[in-house]
Design a protein around this ligand. Structure first.
Ligand code: ZN
Length: 755
């Protein structure tokens, strides 16, 4: 994998100029094969019995398993979380392990964290408002990070360990043999950050009346992934590139103030201890309500709870099997609603937790959007396997198994813009969608952001367009034009590690999503694409796929060679630009043209000797339809020829009624570095239109220029490349013939004045 990284770097450095790809017109002969259709043997890892050439897990595929039993306590008055964590590590690999690596994500907020140190700072401006000044210059550094109190072996003895920033190595007393398990225990606590002030994907929000809402994640030391791809995935957490986690079973007890409402990953084990009789009854109603959410806690009840403060605690007990992570949300402020969703005959709960500040938006939309997302994603991937999906109102967007945190806060008077509503629907769809990628199709987020964000944004786009065909997703090929056609020094290939890319959003979310949309819509078609995409999703459910597994499965299940697409769209920063360079139009005429006379003279022929025996081609002036164009039937010689054919030969001849009258030799140019299908719209003189699509392989022999001849009965008046903007073509000024004359500024001004 290391080799790959250098390859990316060189791509970035070579194409530092947007014009770089335009200059590589002449290729030296006899050098390395640079053909755009060469197979990806040089960049994909060699297939093995763990990851097969078909893209499926092989018969020797293994993955580790990590089970957690945790006792967690929230101290609301001090905003601290305490944990006692018993871990059982199952070594399913064929390797002996000398140590275990553990992620201490909270250490990113420690006082000695290097995360702020690697940010480039600058002092700008001559003056500032007091608030901005104070925020920039007077803010104390937060005292976060894990305080590790104990790391003990199952026999109670201390284990030796070493902390390297956000990673902790536990030195095993003796190497852990293949097939063996290791049990140990960690005791810890940390100061919870206010995520509004300090930022982050977890923390609390403080409200003026003195209550907090807590959305808590990355809150416990979590095992790193060990596999045959990265060894230990112990790349530091800088705050951006997310997580790589093993599956396991969780048994978690959460102790919080007794008046809190709480949701978490997993199935609640002690409903009767923590819910009132009325709440239990309402949950039973919700399980039967497939159309509308049912309140478990109403706004009136939540507002009443806000005014009180229990000094007692309650312990909520959850169990979750086969999850890669655990998160929870708790507050006395929460309203709570739920409804049932039918996933292919199995009932799943869609649930929301939100403070009154989220209303009226949240009670109207959140749970319904959760339900819609589970339905839509299940159609495109696999049936949602967990028992619930929870959406929690917080000023962020972040995902965990069965639970996610989403923004969407109306103004204090309850009004909200259409934009906010769309944003909220979008973020809930996206974060609930993450249950599929990467919570179940468990890719390595630390290394490959696009494998979860890109795939998820793609399915999210389809779900949103299904919800509303006019929904602005920002993830369609045409939305990529500004990014892909922009300054190359700020663009990285999708196949880059997320911590060093510029323009993270377009790189890891929108461009991969747009690419998959293009594959489905334009290159493969939904039937082939959906089967292959579903195959990938099912093959890698509850497993750890890599990019090669995705690329290979998509080809394996569809019989489409897509190496050119992966190579161009995912491994380079090239862009699409295809245009019409030249159109030569010809027509049939029975009179010798000047050109015919010229050719005859050169060959010492007398055209009079061939009277009635030759077919002449006239060359039409650009944009003009020749009035004297003849039909095939106007040439007795052609008829004589056709009549002379045997019956068998006649079968392959075009009948007179369909015979062409006009001929267009069209030269397509490709200044862009990407190869793409040529999608054409031809407009005829009578106003009718025709579409033609040529596969990307049209560029196999010459990637700069190709020609196509159109033989038509009706004159062509217009040729347009990529009429529906399906290929992210960055420059459409060369897409039509005759060239669209750009309106001059003066004409635009005149139009404006005219009103
Ligand atoms: Zn995401």
């Amino acid at each position: 994998m290391k080799k790959l990284k250098y390859y990316f770097l060189s791509v970035v450095f070579i194409s530092t100029s947007i014009f770089a790809q335009n200059q590589e017109k002449v290729k030296p002969q006899g050098h390395t094969d640079q053909n755009k259709f060469r197979q990806m043997k040089d960049v994909l890892p060699t297939p093995s019995n763990t990851r097969t050439a078909s893209g499926a897990p092989g018969h020797e595929y293994t993955q580790q398993k990590v089970d957690y039993v945790m006792d967690i306590r929230l101290d609301e008055s001090k905003n601290q979380i305490f944990g006692n964590e018993k871990i059982t590590y199952h070594n399913n690999s064929k390797d002996y392990l000398e140590y275990l690596w553990i992620q201490l994500d909270q250490n990113m907020r420690a006082k000695d964290s290097k995360t702020p140190d690697v940010k480039s700072d600058n002092f700008n401006g001559a003056f500032n408002g007091p608030a901005s000044f104070a925020k920039a210059n007077l803010k104390k550094r937060f005292d976060g990070g894990f305080n590790i109190e104990e790391v003990k072996n199952s026999d109670g003895s201390d284990l030796s360990f070493m902390v390297n920033r956000t990673m902790m190595r536990i030195n095993l007393p003796k190497a852990l043999a293949p097939g063996d398990t290791f049990k140990f225990q960690i005791k810890w606590w940390y100061n919870v950050n206010n995520h509004i002030i300090e930022g982050g994907r977890s923390g609390y929000e403080a409200f003026p009346e003195g209550n907090n809402t807590y959305v808590i994640a990355q809150f416990y030391p979590r095992l790193c992934v060990y596999d045959n791809v990265e060894g230990w995935q112990n790349m530091q957490f800088w705050g951006r590139s997310e997580f790589a986690l093993e599956f396991g079973d969780f048994d978690v007890k959460l102790t919080v103030p007794a008046d809190h409402k709480l949701e978490a990953t997993g199935v609640l084990q002690n409903e009767k201890d923590v819910l009132t009789k009325q709440q239990l009854k309402r949950f039973e109603q919700a399980k039967k309500s497939f159309k509308d959410p049912v309140f478990i806690v109403t706004q009136e009840e939540a507002e009443k709870a806000e005014k009180e403060r229990s000094t007692k605690t309650k312990t909520w007990h959850f169990k979750a099997n086969n999850v890669r992570d655990f998160a929870f949300a708790t507050s006395r402020k929460f309203l709570w609603d739920a409804m049932a969703v039918d996933i292919n005959g199995r009932s799943v709960m869609a649930i929301s937790l939100y403070s009154k500040e989220g209303n009226p938006l949240w009670e109207e939309h959140s749970t319904r959007v959760v339900a819609n997302t589970l339905e839509e994603y299940s159609k495109l991937t696999f049936d949602y396997p967990y028992n619930k999906a929870v959406s929690v109102h917080a000023q962020m967007g972040m995902e965990y198994p069965m639970i996610c945190f989403n923004y969407g806060r109306p103004n204090p008077d309850g009004t909200y813009s259409e934009r906010l509503k769309r944003g909220m629907i979008g973020v809930i769809t996206h974060e609930v969608g993450h249950n599929f990628f990467p919570m179940i199709v468990n890719s390595d987020e630390r290394q490959w952001t696009w494998m979860d964000e890109g795939l998820n944004s793609f399915v999210e786009t389809l779900a949103e367009l299904d919800y509303d065909p006019n929904f602005f997703t920002g993830n369609l090929p045409k939305d990529m034009v500004t990014y892909m056609g922009g300054d190359q020094s700020y663009i990285s290939p999708i196949m880059s590690q997320g911590d060093y890319v510029h323009q993270f959003g377009p790189n890891a979310y929108a461009k991969p999503a747009a690419g998959l949309y293009m594959l489905r819509h334009t290159i493969m078609g939904p039937e082939l694409f959906d089967y292959a995409f579903r195959t990938y999703s099912k093959r890698w459910m509850f497993k750890h796929p890599t990019p090669a597994d995705f690329f290979r499965t998509m080809e394996d299940a569809s019989a489409m060679d897509l190496d050119w697409f992966w190579r161009g769209w995912f491994y380079t920063t090239d862009y699409t630009d295809i245009g019409v360079k030249q159109v030569k139009s010809y027509y049939l005429t029975d009179k010798p043209t000047d050109k015919a006379k010229e050719v005859a003279k050169l060959n010492n022929l007398n055209l009079d000797d061939y009277k009635g025996k030759l077919v002449y081609y006239g060359e039409a002036e650009e944009g003009k339809i020749p009035e004297n164009a003849k039909n095939v039937s106007d040439f007795p010689a052609i008829n004589d020829y056709l009549n002379s054919l045997s019956d068998e030969e006649k079968k392959v001849q075009i009948t007179d009624a369909e015979a062409p009258k006009y001929f267009y030799e069209v030269t397509f140019e490709k200044p862009g570095g990407l190869v793409m299908p040529i999608i054409l719209e031809l407009t005829y003189a009578d106003g009718t239109k025709e579409r033609k699509t040529y596969p990307a392989q049209i560029w196999r022999y010459n990637e700069h220029e190709v020609k196509k001849l159109f033989r038509t009965q009706k004159a062509i008046t217009n040729i347009m490349v990529d009429p529906d903007l399906e290929t992210a073509d960055v420059d459409v000024s060369n897409n039509s013939w005759p060239k669209k004359v750009k309106q001059s500024d003066f004409d635009q001004f005149k139009d404006k004045v005219k009103g």
